[in-house]
Ligand binder design. Structure first.
Ligand code: PLP
Length: 401
């Protein structure tokens, strides 16, 4: 691994594992490596820590610990919720989601379509918001589940999840929300929300990859997705990832304690970065509304340049940012999220996501603010064919500064 300094602005893709989290999980990779489901005390000792982590993660979302099922990732949690609804209601063949979900939902929806289900991908407005009347109209007697993300990983746009949950409850349809981008950034209270299912993924909150959870409301029936042993009270087969679970528990505590910092210091850094780019770099436009938005995320179009070229040049300076989601990297198509917002392909290809986190400093943001303008100027100078679109094309674009 290179020792050069890294300036990390891609916290929506993954986060640095917190030292406190590493410390908490290490014993379960060294001395306490027993199987949490074993009957002898070497295993039972380990299971106590799994129980503690269940309480810690439940506290993060104000759930009952019994309502937590540990999974391998956010993708598994999303797939599991939708699968359960369909498996338990075989007469219901319709699923509702949105056109701006993570590929965990988009591609699962496409898979379901190929297997005889109807999937509605609700459109969004140019500012990234959802029209709840369209959701209302889309719900049918054969709708098995509505699955809508809480906060968008590419733009940070936050959907009114409380209203959506109430609408679904009123119509008697199951509701799942992908809250993977939310913990540590917005408070989560599943009791107040009254959702049936909610997904989280530990690597977005300073724990390692490979551990997630699905909250299942205690009155909601559930059909396991991974069928095997009796782990997780028979709701998810497979030997428990003890180190990951313990890490998740500690990270959940940290996320709660950092909520205020995300919403003050990190938000201020994000706003400073965004303003500096929009004011200091010509032909730049924010993708989507200013609010309601996650406090750490901004997505900005650099007209006339391919985001991939910006990424490569920033990478040479040790700066990590992304175009779209890490799960779609390598795809030549413009982001499906930006496309769904009506952003023309040419502009969408020039969009860069900056996602900050608790480890970012003002000095790092200053470095990015200083590095970016010459990079953009150089790229624009070297690709005259990629000159910015004429003013009328920009005016026609629906996003606001
Ligand atoms: C909104 C959202 N949902 C789901 C996922 C998938 O989570 P995981 O990587 O744990 O499968 C991600 C990860 O980027 C995400 O941002």
């Amino acid at each position: 691994m290179s020792k050069r300094r890294i300036y990390y602005f891609d916290n929506n893709a993954t986060t640095q594992v917190a030292p406190e989290v590493v410390e908490a999980m290490l014993p379960f990779l060294t001395n306490s490596w027993g199987n949490a489901s074993s009957a002898y005390s070497f295993g039972k000792e380990v299971s106590k820590h799994v129980k503690e982590a269940r309480h810690q993660t439940a506290a993060l979302i104000n759930a009952d610990p019994k309502e937590i099922v540990f999974t391998s990732c956010g993708t598994e949690s999303n797939n599991s919720a939708i699968h359960s609804a369909l498996a338990l209601h075989p007469q219901k063949k319709h699923v509702i989601t949105t056109a701006v979900e993570h590929s965990a939902n988009i591609n699962y929806g496409e898979f379901l379509r190929k297997h005889g289900y109807e999937v509605t991908f609700l459109p969004v407005d140019p500012d990234g918001s959802l029209d709840l009347h369209l959701l209302d109209q889309a719900i049918r007697p054969d709708t098995a589940i509505v699955s809508i993300m809480w906060a968008n990983n590419e733009t940070g746009i936050v959907f009114p999840i409380e209203e959506i949950a109430a609408l679904c409850r009123g119509k008697g349809v199951l509701f799942h929300t992908d809250a993977v981008q939310v913990p540590g950034k917005l408070p989560i209270d599943v009791k107040a929300l009254d959702v049936d299912f909610l997904s989280l993924s530990a690597h977005k909150l300073h724990a390692p990859k490979g551990i997630g959870l699905l909250y299942i409301r205690h009155r909601t029936r559930y059909q396991p997705y991974i069928i095997g042993g009796h782990q997780e009270h028979g709701r998810r087969g497979g030997t428990e990832n003890v180190a990951g679970i313990v890490a998740f528990g500690r990270a959940a505590e940290l996320a709660m304690s950092k909520l205020n910092e995300e919403n003050t210091r990190v938000r201020a850094l994000r706003d400073r970065l965004e303003t500096a780019i929009l004011k200091g770099v010509p032909h730049t436009v924010r993708s989507g509304a200013k609010e309601p938005r996650l406090p750490n995320t901004t997505n900005i179009a650099f007209d006339g340049i391919e985001a991939e070229a910006i990424l490569l040049m920033l990478d040479q300076a040790g700066i990590c940012v992304s175009s779209g989601s890490a799960c779609t990297t390598g795809s030549l198509d413009p982001s499906h999220v930006l496309t769904a917002m009506g952003i023309p392909a040419m502009r969408a290809r020039g969009c860069v996501r900056f996602s900050l986190g608790i480890y970012n400093t003002a000095e790092e943001v200053d470095h990015l603010i200083a590095t970016l303008p010459p990079v953009i100027a150089k790229l624009r100078a070297s690709s005259p064919e990629h000159s910015p679109p004429p003013p009328h094309a920009r005016a026609a674009h629906p996003t606001k500064r």
